[in-house]
Design a protein around this ligand. Structure first.
Ligand code: FAD
Length: 512
């Protein structure tokens, strides 16, 4: 069993246990078997003592190092200024710690984590140095590997085309990636995550504490409107990450788990879908318009045929007494006409029975403006669209409502699109007052004369080609749709002289 016989007497006084408190042998065993390479040097770093672990780690036998300078371990690759800093610290009687690349007796190298403490004698002079080091090559390799993996994971996360954010359970952001940082500048808001989560799940911050299960979002779509820019669409997924007891993560990630939020920008996809939806909608509306035109044409024809049939019917009662033979012929003609009229009525296409559903009027108007964009551009009409920031949903027939507003906007465009008419502005606003949802469509056309405001809603009334003043088309159909939804439609004079079509629905009213 090796001994600490080389420890000078002065040192032995300070590091050996007080007599009787700990057997000296136990102390020596502890020093030698410590999991650290321990050496004691004189003030010039000449080794006076080395424990067993020192010998095992360096490959030197004790007698081969005792008396030699600690520099025997130097691999001669450590920068000189590091030693200079080490010695400056030690000379100031302060301990020094650091990492050095050491060389064993056999020439192999290892990374040493070294701690040196100066030992000061009663005169305040450095009498010895206590050096303790251990081989951290493996640990260092692991660190390098972990750092490499971390860098790899970070670069993968940073190149992911989705914003990734990790939140603690209180909703504080602990980690984010490049894509999220891009979102910060794109949306011009300090913490876009808060904005998006508030849209996806109003009151999310409270929900995190009160009902975390509500915070698990699956492809929740959110729309963000920005002034003068196209709206952006995002799909939000959130997952609760439970702490893995078997693999504790370093703080602050370890705490109590957290939330992973994944945000994908789906604006392009959404625009494509919107285009397809608008095209489908346009086709449905065009078909509906065609059917309405046929229905109205046939109804008008039936309406007009009734007039001569009524005249024939009156003439028949007179003829019956005077010329029964002629009356007989007229009766036959009348019967045939009534039969034809009946056939005509039978082929009038019935109204389509669209099922009511919850409708957002802003969306309806946005669709109609979108569909009418080419027409508005062609007529040089400038649109001022002022939707209420939020609108409650109301029960309605989505296609019919779109037909209604399309008819009103078509009328407005038609009114302004006359030769020489320069003022071409269309104002569309939505608002809620009490339990009424109101839509105003105002044009800067020539307006509608007072005497025609009621007549305009009569079937088959047309003012076209009369005084050049505008009345518009499709108003009876529009009014039919409005009253179907329990609402009212008024035509008024706009303050600037144009026409203001005012539509009003009860929010809680059911369509008939
Ligand atoms: P050196 O000529 O020994 O020293 C380089 C510079 O250090 C010099 O220019 C000088 O400015 C300064 N310096 C050296 N000795 C002193 C001194 N006594 N007082 C003030 N400044 C001084 N080195 C290792 O590489 N690996 C080790 O594991 C290691 N363990 C050590 C343990 C202890 C307890 C002590 C005290 C030192 C240890 N050293 C170790 C440092 C070692 O003593 C050498 O200083 C170092 O290895 C550089 O050796 P060198 O021959 O290249 O240069």
């Amino acid at each position: 069993m090796p001994t600490v016989s080389v420890i000078p007497s002065a040192l032995s006084v300070s590091i050996l246990p007080a007599p009787g408190s700990l057997p000296e042998q136990a102390f020596q065993l502890a020093i030698h078997q410590a999991d650290l390479a321990i050496s004691i040097t004189d003030p010039q770093a000449n080794i006076l003592f080395a424990n067993d672990t020192f010998c095992q780690l360096t490959g030197y036998q004790r007698h081969e190092v005792v008396g030699r300078n600690e520099s025997v371990l130097s691999s001669k690759t450590t920068p000189r200024d590091l030693y200079q800093r080490m010695w400056a610290t030690l000379s100031a009687q302060r301990p020094w710690s650091g990492r050095l690349l050491n060389q064993r007796k056999d020439g192999s190298t290892y990374l040493a984590e070294l701690h040196i403490s100066p030992i000061v004698d009663r005169q305040g002079q450095i009498s010895h140095f206590l050096g303790m080091h251990r081989d951290i090559t493996h640990l260092n390799n692991l660190e390098i590997e972990v750092k490499g993996q971390k860098a790899l994971i970070e670069s993968v996360i940073d190149t992911t085309p989705m914003a990734l954010i990790y939140l603690d359970l209180q909703g504080r952001i602990l980690l984010d990636n490049q894509e999220y940082k891009k979102l910060v500048s794109d949306l011009g808001t300090r913490e876009p995550l808060h904005l998006l989560l508030e849209e996806a799940l109003p009151g999310w911050m409270n929900a995190l504490h009160e009902s975390p299960e509500r915070c698990v979002l699956n492809k929740r779509e959110v729309r963000i409107d920005r002034p003068q820019k196209r709206p952006r669409w995002f799909s939000i997924n959130t997952r609760l990450i439970q702490p893995d007891e078997s693999f504790p993560m370093p703080p602050p990630l370890s705490l109590h788990g957290g939330w992973l939020v994944i945000i994908s920008d789906i604006t392009d996809l959404h625009e494509e879908q919107e285009k397809a939806r608008a095209a489908g909608l346009q086709a449905v509306m065009a078909e509906e318009e065609r059917m309405s035109a046929i229905r109205e044409g046939l109804s008008a024809a039936a309406f007009r045929l009734e007039e001569p049939i009524n005249v024939m019917s009156s003439a028949l009662s007179l003829l019956r007494r005077r010329e029964p033979a002629t009356a007989e012929m007229l009766q036959d003609a009348l019967n045939t006409s009534r039969e034809h009229l009946q056939h005509l009525r039978e082929i009038i296409p019935p109204h389509s029975h669209e099922q009511p559903s919850v409708v957002n009027m802003n969306e309806v108007l946005r669709d109609v403006l979108e569909i009418n964009t080419p027409k508005l551009l062609a007529a040089g009409v400038v649109v001022d669209w002022k939707p209420a920031s939020t609108l409650p949903g109301m029960m309605g027939r989505p296609i019919q409502l779109r037909m209604l507003f399309k008819a009103l906007i078509d009328n407005a465009i038609e009114a302004m699109n006359t030769k020489g008419w320069n003022q071409r502005e269309l104002y569309v606003t939505t608002r809620v007052e009490n339990d009424l949802l109101q839509v105003d469509i105002t044009d800067t056309g020539p307006g509608i004369p007072q005497e025609w405001r009621q007549k305009a809603f009569e079937p088959f009334f047309t003012a076209k080609g009369r005084s050049g003043r505008h009345i518009g088309t499709g108003l009876p159909r529009a009014q039919h749709i409005v009253s179907d939804h329990g609402g009212i439609l008024d035509l008024e004079s706009a303050p600037g002289g144009g026409c203001l079509a005012h539509v009003e629905f009860r929010i809680n009213g059911d369509p008939i």
